[in-house]
Design a protein around this ligand. Structure first.
Ligand SMILES: *[C@@H]1O[C@H](CO)[C@@H](O)[C@H](O)[C@H]1NC(C)=O
Ligand SMILES: *[C@@H]1O[C@H](CO)[C@@H](O)[C@H](O)[C@H]1NC(C)=O
Ligand SMILES: *[C@@H]1O[C@H](CO)[C@@H](O)[C@H](O)[C@H]1NC(C)=O
Ligand SMILES: *[C@@H]1O[C@H](CO)[C@@H](O)[C@H](O)[C@H]1NC(C)=O
Ligand SMILES: *[C@@H]1O[C@H](CO)[C@@H](O)[C@H](O)[C@H]1NC(C)=O
Length: 577
């Protein structure tokens, strides 16, 4: 690499290849003008370069060409500030995963300090950090050790430069424990330094062929990108929040009190640097493509308010044009602030498939007037406060299966560039289930585990009567022990009130549970009478329910629910299509 000698700099400097810079600057001009101003003009001294894909996404999303003229005029200025931000003159540099010999090759002065740490053993796998099962209730779960440097030996670092390993394009390359370790070492150095200096921001340069972990280093903080060099001006409080959490989902990020009935959750171990008054927080949900979930959303608003979770926070509902005006009015009356969106198409979904527009959830990241969003699916019943979730960072969620989280309840941090990145990766990312959950798990492989009780799956285990009884006890508990119940299978409002219609179809039996069903309907009685009609049945739906009951009778299911006489008066008071 040809090097540009900084003439009179006594201190250490990161130098970049000037010729290359000029080349990149020129060829990037075309890309730059396509980038949204939001991405570029974060502040006068910063400059973010977007990848081709990001640019395309931004162009599609924002229609940004109106600023071309202004962009061109300041291009020269931006080039200069880019160069300035990479030259870290007179700064002490800590090198992470970069040997002395390599630092010269990378263009970093020899006077920098190599941060020593033991590399994680090769046999430590992502599945050790993200195990399927942990004992959440006792709090005795533990994470495998990821070696860290002796931080006290590196207190004088002004800038951290880390070389991040990249196994791309191997499938799942981002579930690489060593890659995580390097990120964590860099992040911890930055946070420790900033804690001494009174927070603010700090510089980190990552050398990586692949995009660094967006879970730790936010694209909002990316001030310059030059080939393999990624320069971040890190907002340290946000990073501190993340490094204060367990290494992976091997331990819950939050410990609910024993038994879960009384007392507050233990959040004392979490870093908290924003005062309550400064926080901009909201609960959010989304309904699109059909009106099937309107009833669930009305119930959700009711629950968030009645459990005191909502407080003075906004409840934001994203919706598309498939929701009729009277139903929108009911949703608003229930407490939702309505936000109309354009759906986002999933290019891999079959036309007309149930998950064709599931990527619309990405729109949550566009709610940038909030710092944090707790997203909740409309088929979740909230029984206890979810207040404490706002203390956790993106993405906090409950475990689903394998190394994956469930996207039914998620803590997310809105950000235009994150939204852009999600949209940009739609084509090249394979979602295991073709839906948003699979996709988001690839984009945020490093996530934080919430206790199951916050998003408890209504799913019956047939294995033992004992387990079934335990489930019934949990659902029936008064005061409630669960914070949220995720109604898998046929939703309660799509059954008659009399019994859980998951009993009527064999492939749904695993979701059938009468206590859970009764619980939902008890809450229904609390909904304002003027809003209940949105949970009504249509003639077509009754036809389907009756057909399923007949089939269950013919199959002679031993649970015998199909024998029950229906008393639900919604069967008589049908609503229009
Ligand atoms: C730097 O030194 C290490 C060991 O001392 C060696 O393994 C590595 O290949 C060297 N790298 C370069 C770029 O010379
Ligand atoms: C909360 O967590 C902290 C640190 O993990 C611990 O020291 C403290 O005893 C816990 N408090 C309660 C009430 O469990
Ligand atoms: C994100 O983009 C929207 C739409 O372009 C804009 O109104 C908003 O101010 C942006 N938010 C931030 C934090 O830049
Ligand atoms: C897609 O969205 C629908 C409707 O919101 C939901 O029922 C379904 O579970 C989602 N599918 C996936 C695979 O995420
Ligand atoms: C249902 O109603 C019919 C007649 O209305 C009655 O004969 C039958 O016993 C009832 N079944 C149950 C399970 O209550």
């Amino acid at each position: 690499m040809e090097m540009h000698k900084a003439a009179s700099s006594k201190g250490v400097a990161v130098r970049i290849n000037l010729a290359f810079l000029v080349f990149v600057s020129v060829t990037s001009l075309a890309l730059l003008v396509l980038c949204s101003t939001a991405l570029i003009n974060k502040n006068a001294a910063s400059l973010a370069w977007c990848t081709w894909n990001d640019c395309r996404a931004m162009k599609v999303e924002e229609g940004v060409l109106n600023n071309i003229m202004r962009e061109s005029r300041t291009e020269k200025e931006r080039k200069r500030s880019f160069f300035e931000s990479l030259r870290i003159a007179d700064k002490r540099i800590g090198l992470v995963n970069i040997g002395k010999n390599e630092s010269v090759e990378l263009g970093i002065d020899e006077a920098s300090t190599v941060v020593e740490f033991e590399r994680v053993p090769d046999n430590l796998k992502w599945t050790d950090l993200f195990p399927s099962y942990i004992d959440e209730e006792s709090g005795r779960s533990a994470c495998p050790e990821i070696p860290m440097p002796v931080f006290s030996a590196y207190e004088e670092m002004d800038v951290v430069v880390a070389k991040v390993p990249c196994q791309s394009p191997n499938p799942g390359w981002y579930r690489d424990v060593f890659r995580l370790q390097v990120h964590l070492v860099a992040a911890n150095l930055v946070v420790r330094k900033a804690r001494r200096d009174g927070w603010g921001t700090a510089k980190v340069a990552l050398v990586s062929e692949c995009e660094p972990m967006r879970e730790l280093f936010r694209c909002d903080d990316l001030v310059a990108r030059e080939g393999e060099w990624w320069m971040y001006q890190v907002q340290v409080d946000k990073l501190a929040e993340k490094v204060s959490l367990p290494w992976g989902s091997c331990k819950t990020a939050l410990q609910l009190p024993e038994g879960g009935v009384n007392g507050e959750s233990n959040i004392s171990s979490l870093a908290s640097v924003t005062s309550p008054g400064q926080r901009r927080e909201a609960f959010a949900t989304i309904i699109h493509s059909s009106e099937k979930y309107v009833c669930g959303a009305v119930m959700l608003a009711h629950c968030l308010r009645s459990t005191g979770s909502a407080g003075d926070r906004d409840l934001v509902l994203l919706h598309d044009d498939s929701i009729s005006r009277p139903k929108l009015q009911a949703l608003a009356a229930a407490g939702w602030t309505l936000r109309r969106i354009e759906r986002i198409h999933n290019p891999r979904a079959r036309p007309g498939a149930y998950n064709e527009y599931n990527f619309s959830k990405f729109r949550l990241w566009q709610l940038t007037e909030y710092d944090k969003i707790v997203f909740i699916d409309t088929d979740i019943l909230i029984l206890r406060s979810l207040d404490h979730l706002f203390r956790l960072p993106q993405i906090s969620a409950v475990h689903d299966s394998g190394v994956l989280f469930n996207s039914g309840v998620m803590v997310i941090e809105p950000s235009n560039c994150t939204f852009g990145a999600l949209v940009a990766h739609v084509e090249d990312t394979v979602s295991y289930n073709g839906g948003d959950q699979g996709f988001l798990n690839e984009m945020f492989a490093w996530w934080h585990r919430l206790p199951k009780r916050l998003n408890f799956f209504k799913m019956a285990w047939h294995s033992t009567a004992e387990k079934r009884e335990r489930l019934d006890r949990l659902f029936a508990a008064d005061p409630p022990e669960l914070h949220g119940i995720h109604y898998f299978g046929f939703k309660p409002w799509t059954c008659y009130r009399d019994y859980d219609c998951n009993w009527d179809a064999e492939f749904m039996h695993k979701y059938a549970n009468d206590e859970g069903h009764r619980l939902w309907w008890r809450r229904y009685d609390e909904i304002e009478e003027g809003l209940r009609w949105v949970c009504g049945l249509t003639a077509e739906h009754v036809y389907i329910l009756e057909a399923r009951r007949k089939r269950a009778e013919k199959m002679g299911f031993s649970d015998g629910h199909w024998k029950m006489n229906i008393t639900d008066n919604r069967k008589q008071n049908l609503i229009a299509e």
